[in-house]
Design a protein around this ligand. Structure first.
Ligand code: BGC
Length: 713
């Protein structure tokens, strides 16, 4: 059903609703707070939505809702963040950050499609994904949930995953609603403190943080989630300019907005801008939040406000209209449950998609020739490190490990299929007749008071008897996620110490980084013979890494985020403004440890002949100068030479992937737009200022990896 017709129907229904029914429609109740009885009570009251409920529990609530006076179906939301991971049977994909290493919108789209199919089959309609916050400060606990540090890359991948979730038509049985979150600037909080104050101006918002959301709105994302936190003292939950004026009036968003978790209550209890729930309810609804996540007190709060004439019913009407419009467009009234594809959880095609995503996300960052491991003289491999065989760390956040349901205290065993690094390496070694041995060495996050010395000794002994060492380092739950920002990004526990001891054996050593986000690897990267990562690569991360290590797979990942050398070096995102005296901290090199866009494979690529014609068609010839077929991500950046305001030293404006056989060359064509050269001026207008620009093409954001030409408008 088209949105206009849906709106008309919503309007008709709205005119029949009592005030209580309208206010209830705005509430989203979590099943994890009060369980079945409480949820059933709210379904009878006409709550508009539930979250964190699966399968038959959801179906029961839906039946209850359909039996109410007006029979308005509820909509079920879930955090299906990288796959429908809160369900133990689902397919688990790489995290958003890992997926972004693929620089491949198709990977993101397929991840969205598979997730949608599994969510729909579970009786649900809506995922709180994707995250469009930027991961510009790795201290933030939720960097793993982002598509990295760059607005353009994040926007492209977001658009693709939203299309994957939603398909062509919101009523489609195998597609679900997407939710672009957290609107706005959430990842930029001062000190990387989760849900804290964000020091940004409206101009900067428009230049850096808004573009991915604009992209999401343009591809029809049906819902938006408001951020925790505040900008210049105004909580996002109460920020009408951002939630309404910019989002709806300017960007043309026409879906509905939901607060984040209990964010209406937080106006009172955390942010102290409301003295009571009545005021908090008025603020949240008036600012443009249509649906209120988990603050049940909103019901009485808003009814009181209406009764006492503190707010006009038109405020509520507008919110409910937005919600009902989407419900009609989904055709929920005719089919409150999507048909889905029964039993499609983890079906072969889905697992294959997760495998493909993991493979395309593997990123090789350093290699002095140690990789790929050949057969021949290789007799014995030592695999060391907790994360080499830790499926929880491999999965990262937002799975049944981190958010077990319906009982949040219940920890789950690990469900197959999955392949850890150790298992992946072992399998290949068995095929090749190589002996593989594993030793944990040390815990990533050691338990207090435990002496690990014997474990370290054992790992060193095992390593010294092997021909090569694969050493997995990283982080583990709960070192990341919500409420888990880090002040110190160094490798925790005795991981660095163990690296030195392994290195001292004189054996070639490859550091395998299995982590939620960039950490300061120090010598574990700089003195390693090879460094490879897949971040939180999902079910098949271990297999994909092992395949890359043995050359069964030619890695093609590129970093969507820069790695700092030291915590004090952050932020190290590539698109910095110029003007820093000296351009560096005096005690460390200027460059990040690994830069945005960086990543190598077993081929090498050369660039030449960059040109731009009058129609803004860019051409550049890319040649595979290696001796094996490989896939390169061609990255296009620009720099505004002189501008009215400071502009970044480099800005990504396009990218594409090209697969070339050994020795093969190809001219790549990319259609640019004039707007790719725009800035947001002091009046907050997006304009292209006439003058000179530098146009770059190459395999990373690093100067030495780029060729350039000067152009002018
Ligand atoms: C998170 C959201 C999430 C919501 C529902 C919040 O705490 O910030 O990203 O979608 O909870 O689980």
């Amino acid at each position: 059903m088209k949105r206009d017709l849906a709106k008309q129907k919503a309007q008709e229904l709205l005119s029949k609703m009592t005030t209580e029914e309208k206010v209830a429609q705005m509430i989203q109740v979590t099943y994890t707070d009060g369980g079945r009885e409480e949820a059933l009570k709210w379904a009878k009251m006409g709550a508009g939505s539930f979250l964190h409920v699966l399968g038959d529990d959801a179906r029961e609530l839906q039946r209850e809702a359909m039996n109410t006076r007006l029979g308005i179906p509820v909509i079920f939301g879930i955090d299906a963040i990288h796959g429908h991971g809160l369900n133990t049977k689902a397919t688990i994909f790489p995290s958003q950050l890992a997926c972004a290493c693929s620089w491949d919108p198709e990977v993101a789209k397929v991840m969205g499609e598979v997730t949608a199919r599994e969510v729909a089959t579970d009786g649900l309609h809506w995922t709180f994904s994707p995250v469009l916050c930027l991961g510009r400060d790795p201290r933030w606990g939720r960097v793993n949930e982002t598509f990295g540090e760059d607005p353009y890359l994040a926007g492209e991948l977001s658009a693709a995953i939203i299309e994957g979730y939603q398909g062509e038509d919101l009523s489609d049985d195998e597609h679900i609603l997407a939710c672009a979150k957290h609107y706005l600037g959430y990842g930029e909080a001062t000190g990387a403190r989760d849900a804290y104050d964000t020091e940004v101006t409206e101009r900067k918002i428009r230049e850096v943080f808004l573009p991915p959301f604009k992209r999401a709105v343009d591809v029809g994302c049906a819902t938006i989630m408001t951020a925790y936190g505040c900008i210049d003292g105004t909580p996002l939950t109460a920020h009408r300019r951002i939630l309404h004026d910019i989002l709806r009036d300017e960007m043309g968003f026409d879906g509905f907005v939901i607060t984040d978790w209990d964010n209406t209550q937080s106006l009172m209890t955390q942010q102290h801008v409301s003295a009571d729930i009545v005021d908090a309810s008025i603020k949240a609804a008036s600012a443009g939040n249509d649906m209120i996540m988990t603050t049940k007190g909103f019901y009485e709060g808003m009814l009181t406000a209406l009764r006492e004439g503190k707010v006009d019913i038109s405020v509520v009407d507008e919110c409910v209209l937005h919600i009902l419009t989407i419900k009609y467009e989904m055709e929920l009234f005719e089919k409150p449950e999507k048909k889905g594809e029964p039993g499609c959880f983890g079906k072969a095609e889905h697992l294959e998609a997760a495998k493909d995503a993991a493979r395309k996300s593997v990123t090789l960052l350093r290699n002095n020739g140690m990789l790929p491991l050949g057969d021949g003289e290789l007799k014995k491999i030592a695999v060391i490190g907790e994360n080499a065989d830790n499926v929880r760390a491999q999965y990262g956040d937002w799975t049944y490990f981190t958010h077990p349901m319906p009982d949040p205290t219940n920890s789950r065993p690990a469900f197959r299929p999955y392949v850890t690094l150790w298992e992946g390496v072992k399998e290949i070694c068995d095929e090749k007749g190589i002996e593989a041995v594993y030793a944990k060495g040390c815990a990533v996050k050691p338990a207090e008071g435990v002496d690990e010395s014997a474990d370290l000794d054992e790992a060193v002994r095992v390593a010294s008897e092997a021909d090569v060492i694969l050493y997995a380092v990283g982080d583990v739950i709960p070192q990341f996620g919500e409420f888990a920002d880090r002040a110190d990004l160094d490798l925790s526990g005795r991981q660095s110490e163990l690296f030195y001891r392994l290195k001292a054996t004189g054996k070639p050593i490859c550091t395998v980084f299995i982590a939620s986000k960039p950490l300061c690897l120090g010598d574990a990267a700089e003195k390693a013979d090879a460094v490879i990562t897949g971040f939180n690569g999902g079910m098949f991360a271990g297999q994909a890494l092992a395949e890359a290590i043995f050359g069964k797979l030619n890695p093609q990942g590129k970093l969507p985020i820069s790695f700092p050398r030291k915590t004090g070096q952050v932020p190290v995102y590539y698109n910095q403004l110029p003007g820093w005296h000296g351009g560096k901290y005096w005690d460390i090199p200027q460059t990040p440890l690994f830069a945005f866009g960086e990543g190598m494979g077993y081929s090498a690529f050369a660039y030449e002949g960059l040109s731009l014609d009058e129609e803004l068609k860019l051409r550049v010839t890319v040649k595979n100068v290696g001796d094996t077929e490989g896939t390169e991500t061609v990255q296009i950046y620009q720099r505004d030479v002189v501008s009215s305001l400071l502009t970044p030293v480099r800005r990504l404006i396009a990218f594409t992937k090209v697969t070339l056989g050994a020795g093969e060359a190809k001219e790549v064509e990319i259609q640019l737009k004039k707007d790719d050269f725009a800035l947001v001026n002091a009046e907050c207008e997006t304009v292209v200022e006439p003058g000179d620009f530098i146009l770059y093409a190459g395999g990373s954001s690093k100067e030495e990896d780029l060729i350039s030409i000067n152009i002018a408008f």
